[in-house]
Design a protein around this ligand. Structure first.
Ligand code: UDP
Ligand code: MG
Length: 354
């Protein structure tokens, strides 16, 4: 039978079944050589605690997103102590969203936790996230910055505007300030995997799937080493990406703006007519003509740009290229500590056949 929806209820979690399948921790790493070993130590500690408290088995999936430093060789040496270790190495730098997807695809256990590889997402908070999932039955446990006091006013304003725009008219609102540090129950993870688009905006998708969601506030730790890879320019890019892959609000605003301009022009025309009829004076036309021309020209260019963004999206969805290529994949199991498979070929993932 073919249905147009998707039933993931078979994966619904009772505390017992949840613990039986365990937790996959997905960590995208891009040039994180300096802090990786320490992070792994902390994850081992975390895995021990989770096993003690919930009888939960865990694995970690490191996705090397084409790092230029020694991240990959360090990741290969990490030992599978208390948790299984998978190392998935992408063929080049595909960006964090693609790395997260690669991790999700390789996660073998039931629930999935996404966590940055730079130590900003405290492993100590994970226990609380897992508690919300196993004890309270939530499907999506997302974290959000407790406050943005230390960020410049303009940036906060931009963030606010972005969410206002993306949530405009949306049925399922994307929570403001939610980060990528997030736990998905088995059925939520299964749902997320099924979304077919190539232009992925994780925060949006993880919210869109629904289920029982809960927010946890936290204070991100300062970056332990290195600098953020997300410059202002890249953030703007990501915002445009998120907006256009998630909502048609910009197109609606384009139409709305067009209507406003047309109404304004009509009223202006009326006042001119009124003036000519009542005073008989000729209206000096040159400045108003030029301003009108420039306004319309500028607005049209902006609108063509917006439409172009969407056409670009359609093009990339149509080409249907894989989101990432895995160049190398190895895994170690906590009990036997052997490398089960290390394939050095480049294999397309997530082809249309899936
Ligand atoms: N990251 C990645 N690919 C990239 C850029 C970043 O996998 O192209 C990873 C990076 O290693 C880190 C996480 O994404 O684990 C967040 O990156 P970063 O700390 O630079 O961003 P911020 O915390 O400032 O948002
Ligand atoms: Mg960071």
């Amino acid at each position: 039978m073919m249905t147009l929806g998707s039933d993931v209820s078979g994966l619904s979690t009772t505390a017992a079944s949840a613990a039986a399948r365990g937790l996959s921790i997905v960590v995208p790493v891009y040039n994180e050589a300096a802090g990786l070993a320490l992070l792994h130590e902390r994850l081992i500690g975390l895995a021990r605690t989770l096993r003690q408290r919930y009888g939960l088995a865990s694995e970690v999936v490191y996705v090397d997103d084409g790092s230029a430093d020694t991240t990959l060789s360090i990741a290969r040496t990490l030992k599978a102590d208390a948790l299984d270790v998978q190392v998935v190495s992408l063929s080049r730098n595909f960006g964090k969203e693609a790395a997260l997807m690669a991790g999700l695809d390789h996660a073998r256990r039931g629930a999935v936790l996404f966590m940055d590889g730079d130590g900003q997402h405290p492993p100590t908070l994970v226990e609380k996230l897992v508690g919300h999932w196993i004890d309270d039955g939530y499907d999506v446990v997302y974290t959000a910055k407790a406050h943005r006091d230390n960020e410049p006013f303009l940036r906060r304003l931009a963030v606010h505007g972005f969410y206002a725009l993306i949530n405009y008219g949306a049925r399922q609102k994307i929570p403001e300030d939610a980060g990528d540090f997030r736990l998905l129950s088995p059925r939520a993870a299964a749902a997320l995997k099924q979304l077919p688009e190539r232009n992925r905006f994780f925060k949006g998708l993880a919210s869109w799937i629904g289920f029982r969601q809960i927010r946890v506030d936290y204070e991100p730790a300062p970056r332990a080493h290195g600098v953020t890879t997300f410059s202002a320019g890249r953030l703007v890019g990501l915002s445009i990406e998120g907006l256009t892959s998630f909502s048609v609000a910009p197109l609606r605003f384009a139409s709305l703006f067009g209507v406003l301009l047309a109404v304004g022009a009509f009223l202006f025309g009326l006042t001119i007519l009124w003036e000519v009829l009542t005073t008989g004076k000729q209206v000096p036309g040159y400045p108003s003509l030029v301003i009108g021309l420039m306004t319309i020209g500028g607005v049209q260019l902006i609108m063509i740009g917006i439409v172009g963004e969407y056409i670009g999206k359609i093009l990339s969805e149509l080409k249907a290229r894989p989101i990432y290529f895995v160049a190398e994949h190895s895994e170690k199991h906590a009990d036997e500590t052997t490398t089960a498979s290390a394939s050095e070929r480049t294999s397309p993932e997530r082809t249309a056949a899936e």
